[in-house]
Design a protein. Structure first.
Length: 385
């Protein structure tokens, strides 16, 4: 997102700092805010979320997409503040809509968590964009609730091929439209050291402990490899005290090889984090998509993930990374084992030709399937039908 253009969408950066500022600056949306006509001759898109967004990478990435969408000819993007508040210091000219506005051609829901179902029920739009699906919609209780509500939409755009297939089998008109990455911003860069990166948030199901357990297995063979944990602390995570304790142990045990960064940085700075890295370890037990995966691939970085949908759809085993079985149970979730992850890290470190081929494959897949411009063009085409 252009740093100077905050009136169309959120500034992509320093979400944690901005959120604190926004607590002082947020203003209640008044009826006057809604007294504008929808743009005739344009596709009117509602963006239902928080303004500013929650403090996570997915929010920053998707607001980048929203900003790009708002700049495209033929589109108007409207904020639908989930809490009825909008920070006018960040969004001085942001147009506002209500969730039940019949003039909205499509609604994008993002970062609403358990509140998603409440807003889906009220929506009068024909198109629902970018639903993430973690588990099979007919067998998982929470997924089934949302699935039942989505039946009313003419079109539902899902972020993974697996989820699209599941929804179509169950009778919902679903189309595949992945979350995208700016391939002109996230680009491969040369780095001299070998660094293993974890990008997400500190939450139990993300596999932080698994990541930490790989460190000694790798350093036993390659003492110069670096590990970086770039993730803010999710205070709602179960077993948080245990995770933080393991992080502190790693900091003391490997002071020259392990770095923990818990603050989100400006989204424009994120490409630099990937550019300094060699491999992304993303051992999450469950995901609706996995934005760090497409950001990493765009930077030409192989990824190591669990062999589970949709991660094993985004990452092609032995081509753009490795998809490993979830053999290790930690509390109530299953993760790839630290031993198998470290074996793959060591393998890439020791086999330069394989590593470089995976780097090329990763970049090529990002360009082909997850380019922001291409994805938005597809969205324009679908909504214009």
């Amino acid at each position: 997102m252009d740093s100077g253009n905050r009136q169309a969408a959120v500034g992509e950066g320093k979400l944690k700092k901005l959120a604190k500022i926004a607590e002082l600056a947020k203003a209640k949306v008044t009826p006057l805010d809604y007294l504008h006509k929808k743009d005739r001759g344009k596709l009117n898109i509602g963006w239902c979320s928080y303004f500013p967004p929650s403090e996570n990478g997915v929010a920053a990435a998707t607001y980048s997409i929203a900003n790009a969408l708002n700049k495209m000819a033929g589109f108007s993007v409207y904020a639908i503040p989930a809490d009825g508040l909008i920070d006018r210091s960040l969004f001085p000219n942001m147009k506002v809509a209500k969730i039940d506005d019949k003039e909205l051609d499509a609604v994008i829901f993002f970062c609403l968590g358990e509140k998603t179902i409440n807003f889906v029920e009220k929506s009068k739009s024909k198109n629902f964009v970018w639903q993430t699906v973690h588990e099979p919609p007919l067998t998982d209780k929470s997924e089934k609730q949302i699935f039942e509500q989505l039946k009313k939409f003419e079109n539902v755009f899902l972020v993974s091929k697996w989820a699209t297939k599941e929804y179509n089998k169950a009778g919902v008109k679903a189309k595949y439209l992945p979350i995208a990455v700016d391939i002109n911003k996230f680009v491969p860069r040369r780095n001299e050291s070998f660094e293993v990166l974890f990008v997400s948030r500190i939450h139990h199901f993300k596999g932080v402990i698994t990541f930490l357990k790989t460190i000694p297995h790798v350093l036993r063979n390659h003492s110069h490899v670096k590990f970086r944990l770039h993730a803010p602390i999710d205070r709602f995570s179960p077993h948080l005290h245990e995770i933080l304790s393991e992080i502190e142990k790693a900091k003391k045990a490997y002071p020259n090889n392990f770095l923990f960064e818990e603050s989100w940085i400006d989204y424009d700075e994120m490409p630099k984090k990937y550019a300094n890295s060699s491999v992304l370890v993303f051992p999450s037990a469950s995901e609706g998509f996995g934005v760090p995966l497409i950001e990493a691939m765009s930077c030409g970085i192989p990824c190591i993930v669990a062999d589970k949908k949709p991660m094993n759809e985004i990452i092609e085993n032995n081509k753009t990374g490795f998809c490993l079985p979830q053999r290790e149970r930690i509390h109530d979730h299953f993760f790839p084992s630290a031993e198998e992850i470290s074996e793959k890290i060591n393998y890439l470190f020791e086999n330069k030709s394989v590593f470089e081929k995976m780097q090329r494959n990763a970049r090529q897949k990002a360009e082909k399937e997850y380019s922001r411009d291409a994805v938005l063009e597809k969205l324009v085409k679908e909504l214009s039908k």
